[in-house]
Design a binder for this molecule. Sequence first.
Ligand SMILES: Cc1cc2nc3c(=O)[nH]c(=O)nc-3n(C[C@H](O)[C@H](O)[C@H](O)COP(=O)(O)OP(=O)(O)OC[C@H]3O[C@@H](n4cnc5c(N)ncnc54)[C@H](O)[C@@H]3O)c2cc1C
Length: 408
Amino acid sequence: MTVIGAGIVGVCSAAWLQRAGFKVTLIDAGPVGEGASFGNAGNLSPGAVVPYMIPGFVKEVPGWLAQNGPLAVRPGYFFKVLPWMLTAVRTSRAETAMTTSRAMHALHRGTLDAYDELTRNTDAAALIERCGQLYVSTRVNAAQGSAIAQSMRQAAGVKVIALNEGEIRDAEPALAPIFKSGMLIPDNGRCKDPYRLVQLIAAEAQRNGATILRGKVTDFQTNGTHVNGIVIDGKTLSAERVVIAAGAASGQLSAILGTPLPVEAERGYHITIGEPGVDLRIPVTHVDAKFVCSPMNMGLRVAGTAEFAGYDAAPDWRRAELLGIQARAMFPGLRMEKVSRWMGRRPSLPDGLPVLGVAPDYANAFFAFGNSHFGMSAGPVMGKIVAELVAGRKPEIDLTPFNPARFR
Ligand SMILES: Cc1cc2nc3c(=O)[nH]c(=O)nc-3n(C[C@H](O)[C@H](O)[C@H](O)COP(=O)(O)OP(=O)(O)OC[C@H]3O[C@@H](n4cnc5c(N)ncnc54)[C@H](O)[C@@H]3O)c2cc1C
C-alpha cells in the first residue's frame, strides 16, 4: 500500500491504513510535513460549513482584490486561472452552495474526534485543543457573515455565540478596541503546531512498521485497469495499491491516471512571531482581512489570504509583510523582533470540495486531495475514509459530492 504525499492527508491516511491492517509505504518529494501542512493557521473546525463561494461572494471580489486586499491574482496568471474562477462562480449559486455546505459538514464535523482517536496515548495528543475560535469584524453585524452563511451554520447545528464590542474584549483582552462585531464558535479547536503534528503522526506510523521514502513521483506503470508501478526519480517501485495525497501537486498525478482535475495552488502566507508580547487565548480570525491569528507553541502565527500565481511562481513577500502590519493594528502590544515568514499552497478545486474516492479508470488507485482552506480539519477524516475505501468497507459518509469524476 503506497501513499504519495506526507502532508496531513497522507500521514493520516497512512496511520488509518495501518490500523486497517495494511503495510504502508509513504513517499514524499521532500521532508515530511513541509507542504501546505507546515505553516497553516491550525484552526480545527468541525463548524467549517460555509464555503467561500456562496451567493453574493462575487460582489465582494473587487474589494478583496484592492491593493492590500486579501485576494491577489498575479498579472500574467489571470487568463490561466479564469476558467477555474468561472467554475467557482457557477458553484456559488444558492442550491449548489447548500449542497457544498452539507458535504463540508459531513467531512469536518468529526475532525476533533478523529484526531483524538489517532493521537491517543502519543505526544501528538497534546497538540490538539478544544478551545473555540473567535471571529471579529470592524463592521457592525458582520462577523457572522451573510444571512446564507448563518443559515448554513444553523442547518448544520453549529453552535454560535454573537458578541458585541465589550464581549469581544472579554473573550480576547489582547485585541485593540476596533472590532464592532464578533462570533464565537465554542466547539471548534486548534492545533498548537501543525508541522509537529504531521511529523509525530508520521513517526508513530513508522514505529508501527511504515516505510517512509524520499522521492518525487513522476509517473505510473499500469496495465490499463490497475496501477502496478510507481516511478520515483526514474526508478520504478512495484505497487499493489496507491493513494494520491500530494496536495496542490495532485492534479498532475491524477492526470497521468486519466483524470485531469482543476487543482489550483491557492497560495497563502504566514508570519510567525516569537515572543510576541501578547498572550492570545484562542485563535482569532479577522473576518474582513481574511487572516487568522493563532497562538502556537512557537509563538503567534498570523496566516491567511489568497494569491493565484501558479504553483511555481516566486513568493511575493509583500503579502507576508502586510500580515505583520495588520496584526500590529489588531494587537497594540505586539512585539515583532523575531519573525519568520512562509508561503504555502492550498490544494483548491473550484467547487470548494476535495476529491475523495477511487480513481475513475484504475480500481486500485485512490484520490484524497483538494481540501483548500480546511485540510488540517479534514485530514484525519479523509485518512479514515481512505482506509475504509481501500479495505472495501462502506465509508461512514456519502462520498458523492467528492466524486473524482465530477469535472469530466
Ligand atoms: C496560509 C494558510 C493557512 C491555512 N490555515 C488552515 C487552518 O487554519 N485550518 C485548516 O484546516 N486548514 C488550513 N489551511 C489549509 C491546509 O494547510 C491544507 O488544506 C492542508 O495542509 C493540505 O494538506 P495535504 O496533505 O493535502 O497537502 P500538503 O501538506 O501540501 O502535502 C502534500 C505533500 O505531497 C508532496 N508531493 C507533492 N507532489 C509530489 C510528488 N510528485 N511526489 C511525491 N511527493 C509529492 C509534497 O512534497 C507535500 O509534502 C491553510 C493553508 C494555508 C496556505
